[in-house]
Design a protein. Structure first.
Length: 369
């Protein structure tokens, strides 16, 4: 029941999530959901993923805005309210979730809103299993939507998963496609996000149509599981039912459904991958005179402080060396006059020798100086 802040359409809500570090009084931005256009009862597909720490108070703040321009600044959007709670309160609310009334912020009184239900936000927590598989799903429809005058229907599909409280939670909302027989852009997400690793969990696929006013509404749906989608062939069509439960002319078929493992950085490292690092240093005049304190090459000899370039090389090299057994650290320079002839060079070995290898961080910094 969000407030409508738009004149010729409905609000386009987005939720911004903040957290408060332990011992701090300031709220720190964490993430934002997608913008759901023309909807006063949005169901956000973008989820908030964070670690749950039983021993800590994880304070959270949810701010809802009507997004009417492309500005990333929240103060440029219309506030629709906020709530403050903790992750522990959301978790202990169980599968039914925690529903809170949004606190009003700078709301202008409108007699038309008198007596209307107050705006609320529902927060549902679910523990995610450790899954490292990526799902790719491409669907095509037939007989989807109705023409408006001479305009073909504009539709998209969404996927919801059934949780333990028998509620459907939206996990994906796709992009629009034109025509009564659309081929929608493919869905790509982890199996953890899609079905929490349970391939037999009930999924609901809904087709939504967008009208001239920009509002979207469901026109057909069907129930399935990820295992069924994996086994489906391109010749099979899934029958859809309307909001009243009666069959519709709309059907969908699976053009592609795959499950592929996604290797993590740790998988690569434990399998023997090494990282080799090389450096390229800018010696052009854009850096300024090294004797100038504003130059990135300025060496604060009096305080024995390294230059900005040295700080960067030391920081990067110190990390990468743990994954590099070669210990060669090749380094190059560009944009300097090279002795003994003083000719400009745009690619030279920092060692001023046949080999660019500096050996280690200390050798790299020595050659740089």
């Amino acid at each position: 029941h969000l407030e409508n802040r738009d004149v010729f359409s409905k609000s386009d809500p987005m939720c911004a999530i903040f957290y408060r570090p332990p011992g701090s009084r300031k709220w720190v931005p964490y993430c934002r959901t997608e913008v759901v256009e023309n909807n006063l009862d949005p169901d956000f597909a973008e989820k908030v993923t964070m670690e749950y720490r039983f021993e800590s108070v994880q304070a959270l703040r949810f701010e809802v805005y009507d997004v009417d321009n492309i500005s990333e600044k929240l103060e440029d959007q219309d506030s629709l309210g906020f709530v403050e709670t903790s992750l522990a309160q959301i978790v202990t609310a169980g599968d039914e979730g925690l529903t809170l009334t949004l606190s009003e912020v700078k709301l202008i009184f409108n007699s038309q809103n008198a007596g209307k239900p107050k705006a609320t936000i529902s927060l549902i927590a679910e523990e995610l299993q450790s899954e490292k598989d990526e799902v790719t799903l491409k669907l095509a429809g037939s007989g989807c939507g109705n023409w408006t005058a001479c305009l073909p229907p504009k539709t998209f599909f969404s996927v919801s998963k059934l949780n333990d409280a028998e509620k459907y939670l939206v996990v994906y909302r796709g992009r629009y496609a034109r025509g009564s027989n659309p081929s929608w852009p493919p869905l790509k997400m982890t199996s953890r996000a899609l079905c929490n690793g349970d391939h037999d969990r009930t999924l609901k696929i809904e087709i939504h149509q967008r009208n001239i006013q920009g509002e979207s509404f469901p026109i057909a749906s069907c129930l399935t599981t990820f295992n069924k989608l994996l086994k489906a062939t391109t010749q099979e069509r899934m029958e859809m039912v309307g909001e009243d439960g009666k069959p519709t002319k709309a059907t969908i078929k699976v053009l592609q459904c795959t499950l592929a493992p996604v290797s993590t950085f740790l998988d690569y490292i434990q399998s023997g991958m090494e990282i080799h690092c090389s450096f390229a240093i800018d010696f052009t005049c854009s850096n300024g005179d090294p004797e100038d304190s504003l130059s990135l090459h300025y060496l604060k000899a009096a305080n024995n402080q390294p230059s900005v370039y040295e700080q960067a090389m030391h920081a990067v090299g110190s990390i990468v060396k743990e994954y590099d057994k070669s210990n060669i650290l090749p380094a190059y320079g560009f944009g300097a006059r090279i002795p003994p002839f003083g000719e400009p060079s745009y690619c030279f070995n920092l060692t001023l020798d046949k080999s660019p290898d500096c050996g280690n961080i200390a050798g790299l910094l020595d050659n740089y100086r």
